[in-house]
Ligand binder design. Structure first.
Ligand SMILES: [Zn+2]
Length: 373
């Protein structure tokens, strides 16, 4: 659509600033913000099956942080470490049903036919591309993901990296930053990974986690892949993650700090600090009972002019939320469950399209340092 008011290259925030607008930002007419994103020359989005010019994936939403491949015990381990960390932080235990054990039979993330069905539905519901935020230390199976993508027709971007302290392979402690960076580049090349993520700190960031973050910075400089993170106990170490990556030479515009929907602060102070530095803020556990708390956070960031810095996804991991088990849910729930709540709160379609379709493509698009193998 023609953009009558803004010169190409102006961000929505620039326009709002010039207009002296704050509170009305979220409901401004669509015509102001219709300019499609401009990608660097030679930029691609690297999926498991092929590299796409980012423009080619404009037909649907891109989910920047999901999981389609992990072993059955992953969630049990996740829950056990979470309980230990919450107790150590003086927080109450999680409600009992937060993570339900998988039903008997093949685990859904190892059941090819089931996963193909689920992603085919997600595609019909408007998803154009999806990122798997796993990697080897989380039990990600690249060949499984490749099959799922091939059979469902949904482009899948594979993550690469090391996850968090409790999940690191034992060798990490003894490896140098450079050795870790080399291992990361090797993963990227052998798996055709298209992004680093999820890269995390479990609680207060540890020595090893700092080392991994610095190694990610090096591996980013070697590959040019963007980075999305996992933050533990609500928002903890979020700013520090960005500090370490910036100090390692990463442009904040190539970083998404994750799980910040968990940080329920009506003043959105950490969120805003991250946006101001140019990075993305991940609302990436969307499409469920937690949404109600998060709609006001998103509204506050839109009102502050940060639509360019938001990314939505659902961090899918729970069999109970599959389409097969709950027809109101499924892999597209960010789009089918969460986005309507924002629309009801007054966010216009153009802004919602920008956040769900354009922002994740801007985030993922990169200019490869080497041609695809
Ligand atoms: Zn995740």
């Amino acid at each position: 659509m023609a953009n009558t008011y803004a010169s190409p290259g102006w961000t929505r925030r620039d326009v709002l600033g010039m207009l002296g607008m704050g509170a009305a930002a979220a409901v401004l007419p669509a015509v102001l913000f219709a300019a499609p994103p401009v990608f660097p020359k030679g930029a691609v989005i690297r999926t498991l099956l092929k590299d796409y010019p980012p423009e080619e994936l404009a037909g649907g939403a891109t989910l920047f942080h999901e999981h389609m491949s992990s072993p059955p015990d992953f969630l049990q381990r996740f829950r056990r470490y979470t309980e230990e960390t919450r107790a150590a932080n003086g927080l109450p235990p999680l409600p009992p049903a937060t993570i339900v054990p998988p039903p008997p039979g093949p685990y859904f993330m190892q059941d090819l036919d089931l996963m193909v069905d689920e992603l085919s539905v997600a595609k019909r519901e408007g998803i154009g591309c999806i990122v798997d935020g796993g990697h080897p230390d989380m039990g990600q199976d690249i060949n499984f993901l490749r099959q799922v993508s091939l059979k469902s027709g949904l482009p899948i971007v594979a993550g690469a990296g090391f996850y968090t302290q409790p999940f690191y392979p034992k060798e990490i402690g003894a490896m140098s930053e450079e050795q870790i960076a080399q291992a990361l580049v090797k993963q990227v090349e052998s798996d055709q990974a298209g992004v680093f993520g999820e890269i995390g700190s479990w609680d207060e960031i540890t020595r090893d986690e700092r080392k991994v973050f610095r190694a990610i910075g090096r591996a980013h400089r070697a590959t040019n892949l963007s980075i999305f993170t996992h933050t533990g106990i609500p928002g903890k170490s979020a700013l520090e993650q960005l500090d370490i990556l910036e100090d390692a030479g990463v442009d904040p515009r190539r970083v998404a700090i994750g799980h910040l929907g968990n940080l329920v602060d009506p003043l959105v102070q950490v969120h805003k600090a991250i946006c101001r530095r140019g990075a993305f803020v991940g609302f990436d556990r969307q499409g469920g009972p937690g949404d109600a708390q998060q709609v006001p956070l998103v509204m506050a960031l839109l009102e502050a002019g940060f639509a360019d810095n938001l990314l939505f996804s659902s961090d899918f991991a729970n069999a109970a939320l599959l389409k097969r088990n709950n027809p109101a849910m499924g892999y597209a729930k960010t789009l089918t469950v969460f986005v309507p709540k924002l629309k009801a709160a007054g966010v216009n379609d153009d802004v919602l399209r920008q956040i769900t379709v354009d922002n994740p493509r801007r985030f993922l698009a990169f200019v490869p340092k080497k041609p695809r193998r």
